[in-house]
Structure formats: C-alpha cells, structure tokens
Ligand binder design. Sequence first.
Ligand code: ZN
Ligand code: ZN
Length: 272
Amino acid sequence: MNEHLDHVSLLPRPLVAAVAEPVPVVSARWLLGRYDYPLSHRILELCSLAAFVALAAAMATQVVPSIGDRRTGWTIALVAAALMMGCALADLLSGVVHFIFDQYGTPTTPVIGQKFVKPFRDHHIDPLAMTHGDFIAVNSDNLLISLPVMGLALAFVDLSTHPYIGVFVLALVLAAGITNQIHKWAHMPEVSRPVRFAQRRGLILGVEHHDCHHRAPHDRHYCITFGRLDVVLDVMTTRLSCGSADRTGTAHPHQPRCTEDRLGRQTDHHAT
Ligand SMILES: [Zn+2]
Ligand SMILES: [Zn+2]
C-alpha cells in the first residue's frame, strides 16, 4: 500500500491527478439526486415529474397550434384571461388547503395527520426546513396531484377545439405544481436575481407578504403561490372564525396581526 502511494507521489502532477481521481461514471446519485429518504419514494417522485412533463407536453401540442391558427383580436385577450384565471385558482387553492391543515386536525389525526397536517404545523416551528430539499423533493407532491387534472382534460376535452380550456388547465397545474418552490423561495435568504425581481414585483409570493403569515397565530395570508387571493381568503377565513367563535360563545381570537400599506410595508397591530 505504502509502496503504491510513494510511486504515485513521484509522478508528474497532471499524471498524479489522472491516477488518483476515480474515472467519472453514471452513478445512481447522478440519476436520482441527493435525498435522505427511502429510494422507493424518490423513484415515485421522479416518475411524478416525468409524467407531469409528458402530460403537459401532450396538452401543449394540441393547444399551441390551435391558438396559432386563430388570428382574431380576441385570441390574446382570451389567452390572457385563461392564464390569469388558472393562476388565480391555483393561488386560492393553495390558501384553502393551507388554511384547512393549519386550522383543523392534529398530527395524530388518522390518515391525514402525518402526511398533511404535520408538515404545515412543523413549518411554523422551523420555516427554513423546507429550503433544504431539492426541486424534486419539494415539488413532487404537487406535481403528483396535478396528474389527474391533466389526465381528465386530455381524456374529456377536445383541446384543439377548446384551446382556452387547455390554457386554463395548464396555467392551473403549472402554478399549483411549483407552489412549494415559490413558497421555498420566500424563505430562502439568497435567491437568484430574476426570482428576487419577481418577488418584489408581486409576480410570485413576496417575502414580506408571506412573513405576515409566520407571525403567531398564523391566521392570515394563507395563499402561498402568488398571495394575491389573500384579499379574498382572509375575509372568508375571518368570517369562518367569527362564526365558530359566536357559536362557542368565546371571544373571536382572529384579530388582524399585520397589514400592509400600498408599498408592502407591514404594521404589526400588536407590536409595542
Ligand atoms: Zn401556515
Ligand atoms: Zn412559509
């Protein structure tokens, strides 16, 4: 062993490097990425990503040529409207799901407790934990639940005849599919310049906007895709909370904790 090392050390430097470093091979780590959970779960996540890309491409191959053939003045307006409606619904759904699992059930609730309630509750305790996962680990659950939506659209809608429905569904599943990525960016201390630009311009969930949710008791700003539908959801969740408080005869616990002025600066009403 020592003779081998001495022999290597006497070689010219470029040759030493060539002998000492392993020959690159296509390894399992290169294919699967870095993860710290069961291999079977990682493979399911990768399959979800591949299926999502395949179904989205199948939809796009019907939608894009059909829109390209329509050269009416309404085309751009209808495509823009379908895009906005799809993104708005994804934002609202992100908030509704977030509200339900923040407010109802516990981590020990049968079936949904460990998989759905616990991650949302843990996120309030350690918001940075989600930033440690890679793109696949963070987003694959949302990509997986988007698959039936795309499958139904492909099976029951003639997207060549109704391309605007296809645009709506694509916007919905794409926005929903990367919701956790957008949420993750809102917690990362460093992001790329395009992401920072999008956050500051309100094109995706803003850091300051989402910070409001992370102030106890975590009862505002549930939307985690764009945050725009919080305008609607905050009113709805407040009324729900008022109703439950009235029925139980207890004081309403959900008073505004923070608001934003038109420049996005926040005011904590309970701060001294
Ligand atoms: Zn929450
Ligand atoms: Zn968060």
